[in-house]
Design a protein around this ligand. Sequence first.
Ligand code: GLY
Length: 414
Amino acid sequence: MKVLVVGSGGREHALVWKIAQSPSVKKLYCAPGNPGMASLATLVPIPVDNIEGLLQFAESEAIDLTVVGPEIPLSMGIVDRFEEKGLRIFGPSKSASQIESSKIFSKRLMLKYGVPTASAEVVTRGEAYRRIRSMDYPVVLKVDGLAAGKGVVIARDEQEAAAGLNLIKEMGDASSDIIIEQFLEGVEASFFVVTDGVHAVPMGTAQDHKAVNNGNTGPNTGGMGVVSPSPQMTPALEAEIMSKVIEPTLRGMAKDGMPYKGVLYAGLILSDQGMSVLEFNARWGDPEVQALLPRLKTDWVDVMLASIEGRLNQVSIDWAGGSSVCVVLASGGYPGAYQKGEKISGLDGDFGDTLVFHAGTAQQGAEYLTQGGRVLGITAVGETVSLSRQQAYSAVKKISFPGMHYRSDIGAES
Ligand code: GLY
């Protein structure tokens, strides 16, 4: 089978790493990919938003299965376009991926089908500036469209709300409508399922660490590291999330004429009052997937085919026991403007069983350089969180680049 993975980050490196282990895969491509995966897949220089270019490539190379990593091509309708041409592709359609690409769509869906979520109202940006003068704080302000992790502001007072709205204003089209949402206190958990539109199979949980600094301080990032499973998860809570969140959402989407296929990621907040959905994403989380796939024993290609063919009820998923920790190494300045082109040292070291996923690197001759905000994800799997933590951080110590920073408390609260 010939497989094409679309994307270029740590998520796609982890996907390529896992898919390359499938006995049914004879040839693997990644578009555009990154240098870290070059020994596993042929890199194809087509950007993720060039849907026609990807389609032409898949047709000319007779690709049997295309796997979409990021949300942008999903929201542009890559799945619909490939399916129109009779090509097999894993992921939700354009209408189903609105669950991530429109926060208003997903909030209305949750309210309509009784999925636990914070109360909210949708207003224009102009109206939001008026409302913030007389609100009970804290509140959450969200933009409707995709905003690369920058579309959510938690405001503790009117001043912070005004500053947040000013930032949001700079986003242009994505920000014309604003969701003003009740702030919920608690611990975040990422919950994943794979679904064929009818059946849903749990695909693991993780606790992301979104703030840039230790102790959850500093600005938000795409995620500075994860521990998996989520330390708060219990079999009872997992069953509750399936019955109160995942099942009504999938039933509702099917009823509304947009059945959801692919990986569905529920971003949850867990508190003494129970669990509530903060947001849905139409894809694997990153870096969550870098910690999840290394513990997955089942062939991921078989699972994706079962999702596409509507037979996930016949699939059983096996996991290695224990837990995993992924630590993200980031560029100086990230999540603000960051340095690029810094030489990365230590990647030729011996990492044993620890995995080094590339997220934002470039290659120059035999050297690797920094290219993105999040540069590398270091994942270790161990019998306990404490053992995986130890192993991940001892690998982190072997790598360096000017400006490199990371959180040293990933998994520490477990
Ligand atoms: N780690 C958060 C995300 O993938 O959206």
